[in-house]
Design a binder for this molecule. Structure first.
Ligand code: GTP
Ligand code: MG
Length: 137
């Protein structure tokens, strides 16, 4: 389908990279459907990443994602899920291709600048987690 969900994570917000990342997203052909500067409480971060709750990095991930403000967005483009994951690059910036957002802005596998949905179903769930119908254009 044609929509995905993203967050600019606390590391990238704190480093002053909101503008640079939004610029790469729009230059990559994605239209912004919804956009919000907000923060996740530890409880909300835990819910958002519940699928990872048995993983060893879960607590660190929750702590990190609730450590400061984020930017949440719904993005539209043909083939949005796969094209956005290509634009952000590999989870570990050491493996991320040249020209990707994580290659340019991520610090480590944990503090990796951006999130991108991994399926149409999760894009809907994640978008609904942050945005009402009145906040989408
Ligand atoms: P997201 O777009 O954020 O979902 O990243 P992803 O789909 O590339 O990775 P995945 O869903 O597997 O993991 C979610 C997040 O958990 C990653 O973005 C990382 O921030 C973190 N993470 C994943 N694997 C590791 C790991 O091995 N160590 C640490 N410290 N963090 C990890
Ligand atoms: Mg993921």
């Amino acid at each position: 389908t044609n929509r995905t969900f993203t967050m600019i994570k606390p590391d990238a917000v704190a480093a002053g990279n909101i503008g640079g990342i939004l610029d790469m997203i729009t230059k990559g052909g994605f239209k912004i459907v919804a956009l919000k500067y907000t923060a996740l409480s530890a409880e909300k971060a835990g819910l958002f990443y519940e699928v990872h709750k048995e993983r060893p990095f879960y607590q660190g991930l929750v702590d990190f994602m609730s450590s400061g403000p984020i930017v949440a967005a719904i993005l539209e483009k043909d083939n949005a899920i796969a094209d956005f994951r290509a634009l952000i690059g590999a989870t570990n910036p050491a493996d991320a291709a040249e020209g990707t957002i994580r290659k340019k802005y991520a610090k480590s596998i944990g503090e990796n600048a951006v999130h991108g949905s991994d399926s149409d179903e999760n894009a809907d769930i994640e978008g609904n987690f942050f945005f009402s119908a009145f906040e989408r254009f």
